[in-house]
Design a protein around this ligand. Structure first.
Ligand SMILES: *[C@@H]1O[C@H](CO)[C@@H](O)[C@H](O)[C@H]1NC(C)=O
Length: 175
């Protein structure tokens, strides 16, 4: 009996360190996606259109993807969120939607440069990968939001998908 209880406590502690996901960690993970996205925007906006300058853009694009995947893992490992946590996360999602909009706008504006270097199809495939990773992230987060708030959460996340779609449309037109 004692052993069982001890094992249960130990198991609980092990889970606590392994899981460690809650509203605050999801919030931090989303803030990280936001900063990596802003960084991508600035790299694209400052790009002079040459091939060498495209390398840091590609690297930053990988960072964005891995930050999205990190946020997905964090959300999947998280406890269900309280309403208060869900509200904080709602504001982080809204902020992220703004930076994704800015970054997709910058990428759309640079379309001619990417096309000129014959790398528009690479950008397209990155955008598609990021969009699907981002949907997976939204779904993982929404799943942890209290049920009555899930419809709103979906509405807040929708502009992110819409921004990706705009960029994907533009880059698809060349193929
Ligand atoms: C960015 O947001 C503006 C204002 O809502 C919208 O008109 C525009 O289509 C969006 N652009 C992208 C790429 O999401």
């Amino acid at each position: 009996m004692l052993i069982t209880s001890l094992l249960r406590v130990a198991g609980g502690l092990a889970c606590a360190t392994l899981v460690a996901g809650d509203g605050a960690t999801i919030f931090d993970a989303l803030s990280n996606v936001h900063s990596e996205t802003k960084e991508l925007q600035s790299k694209v906006e400052n790009w002079n259109g040459d091939l060498l300058g495209a390398v840091p853009i590609a690297t930053q694009s990988e960072y964005v993807l891995s930050s999205i995947n990190d946020a997905t893992d964090t959300a999947k490992d998280s406890q269900p969120l309280t309403a208060k946590e869900a509200l904080d996360i709602a504001s982080a999602v809204t902020t992220l939607a703004t930076s994704v909009n800015g970054t997709m706008t910058a990428i759309i504006n640079a379309y001619d440069d990417f096309k000129h270097l014959y790398i528009a199809s690479i950008v397209l495939s990155n955008l598609e990968t990021q969009k699907s990773a981002s949907s997976e992230m939204s779904n993982a987060i929404i799943e942890k939001v209290p049920t009555p708030l899930q419809a709103i959460a979906r509405k807040l996340a929708a502009p992110v998908d819409a921004s990706f779609d705009q960029a994907i449309d533009v880059f698809s037109s060349s193929n």
